[in-house]
Design a protein around this ligand. Structure first.
Ligand SMILES: NC(=O)c1ccc[n+]([C@@H]2O[C@H](COP(=O)([O-])OP(=O)(O)OC[C@H]3O[C@@H](n4cnc5c(N)ncnc54)[C@H](O)[C@@H]3O)[C@@H](O)[C@H]2O)c1
Length: 416
């Protein structure tokens, strides 16, 4: 294909806008020709930025699908519970699909998406952006090279961070499993998917523990109000909403997470959002139910073991990983990778290729780069997070959640 890949966007929220911005930076490779977004301010801003004709900026994904196939591919960036139906509809129209994770909140939804893609013979790239970072590629090369010998166990930590947890998983869109998904699916499907990618396949057995212990009414401090702006003890609270969002506004940082709270970056608009909207609520007086810490223990083929921890109670930092092999140990902190060799007893730093930078350690740009290249070349091999491997890692997440809820050890069958 010699012309730029044409794209339509379903859901011009945080993610849809971010992926589409890649096309603005690479006009020779992709262009956005239509958008579906119900929020008028967002839709108009997005349409103006991408030079989309008025008739091609519509309020919902169904309206977009009703117009038939307008482009080579669609970016489906609607909320978690709104992925299956658009994926089926756009696949049936012949669109290749970049689908945000999670594919769907349950196994049946994920399987419907895989079937729709296979039936229509279209490509799907799931938003497992961690597979596309230069950091991950460097670790994968070390593992595949055999330099560590046989990897026997893995220790992986996701420090979600105290303010990120409060923003997204206590006050925000992913606070409740019935409105979005479980914490493990919303946040840590990336991690289980990443471990599967590094170790070459999904786990066979899983167990899990975790709960919501802190962000509950029982931990509400004496004197706390329902909203931070009215709270007498706000100054002593690490989870203060005004402190988090005003600081970003004061520094002119009109980006996530402030951009989720308000579209209008003025002190008055922020004040109103904190007084009336969800993000000004006391973290001990929300309607949240997702866990604030969880562990998953996994056994991979060949007896390889892995432990995964997600916790709210950390600095919002990069994920940290140790891989233990029979000839060496790899330590990664999201930025640097070191390998200790048992034979030489020397430690070496592993070079990481310079990437495009940007969201998720360059993973957002890496995914767009791979997806657009795959569509341009008609080559699904360029996609590292296709429907089958993503289904496998989603099934591991569902199994881990069953294990946590039921106190079981879950066994995963090989995907048929
Ligand atoms: N890959 C990642 O690392 C990553 C990170 C964050 C979020 N996500 C996922 O991306 C998805 C979107 O998250 P977000 O943070 O951009 O959310 P968001 O709420 O900012 O964006 C969703 C957008 O969809 C729009 N929308 C609602 N109904 C619609 C309809 N009928 N048709 C078209 N658009 C509609 C909303 O108005 C909103 O603008 C979620 O599934 C989320 O879990 C992935």
């Amino acid at each position: 294909m010699n012309r730029p890949v044409s794209l339509v966007v379903a859901g011009a929220g945080q993610r849809g806008t971010g992926y589409a911005a890649w096309a603005l930076r690479h006009p020779d490779r992709a262009s956005v020709v239509a958008v579906a977004e119900p929020r008028e301010v967002r839709r108009a801003g997005f349409a103006a930025e991408h030079g989309i004709a008025a008739g091609h900026a519509v309020a919902g994904w169904r309206e977009l699908a009703d117009r038939g196939r307008l482009a080579d591919a669609v970016l489906i960036c609607t909320q978690d519970r709104m992925h299956t139906e658009p994926a089926e509809a756009f696949a049936a129209l012949g669109y290749h699909i970049l689908l945000e994770k999670p594919m769907a909140p349950d196994e049946a939804g994920c399987r419907r998406i895989v079937s729709a893609a296979e039936r229509a013979d279209v490509m799907i790239a799931v938003g497992h952006v961690m597979r596309y970072t230069p950091y991950t590629q460097a670790i994968k090369q070390v593992v595949d090279s055999g330099r560590l010998g046989d990897v026997t166990s893995v220790e992986h930590l996701e420090p979600v961070g105290f303010w990120h947890q409060a923003h997204s998983y206590v006050r925000g869109n992913w606070r409740r499993a019935d409105l979005a998904t479980t914490m493990l699916l919303a946040k840590s499907c990336h991690d289980l998917d990443w471990l599967q990618y590094l170790l070459g396949g999904p786990p066979r057995r899983l167990s899990s523990f975790g709960s919501l212990t802190h962000f509950t009414a029982a931990n509400r401090p004496d004197g706390a109000a329902d909203r931070c702006l009215d709270c007498a003890v706000e100054a002593a609270c690490p989870y203060s909403a005004p402190r988090l969002y005003r600081d970003l506004l004061d520094r002119g940082r009109h980006v996530w997470p402030l951009s989720v709270v308000t579209d209008d970056f003025t002190p008055t608009a922020l004040e109103a959002a904190l007084r009336e909207g969800p993000y000004g609520r006391c973290v001990y007086a929300c309607d949240n139910d997702v866990v604030d810490h969880q562990v998953v223990a996994m056994e991979f083929p060949g007896g390889v073991t892995a432990s995964f921890t997600m916790t709210a109670f950390s600095d919002a930092a990069r994920r940290k990983t140790r891989l233990f092999g029979t000839r060496g140990q790899l330590t990664g902190n999201g930025e640097t990778i070191r390998v200790y060799d048992f034979l030489t007893r020397a430690e070496q730093r592993v070079p990481i290729q310079a990437g495009a930078g940007g969201g998720h350690g360059g993973g957002d740009a890496g995914l767009m780069d791979a997806f657009v290249a795959a569509v341009a070349a008609g080559d699904p091999g360029l996609i590292r997070s296709g429907p089958r491997e993503s289904l496998a890692s989603h099934l591991a997440v569902f199994a881990a959640e069953r294990a946590r809820l039921n106190g079981t050890v879950e066994t995963l069958e090989e995907l048929g």
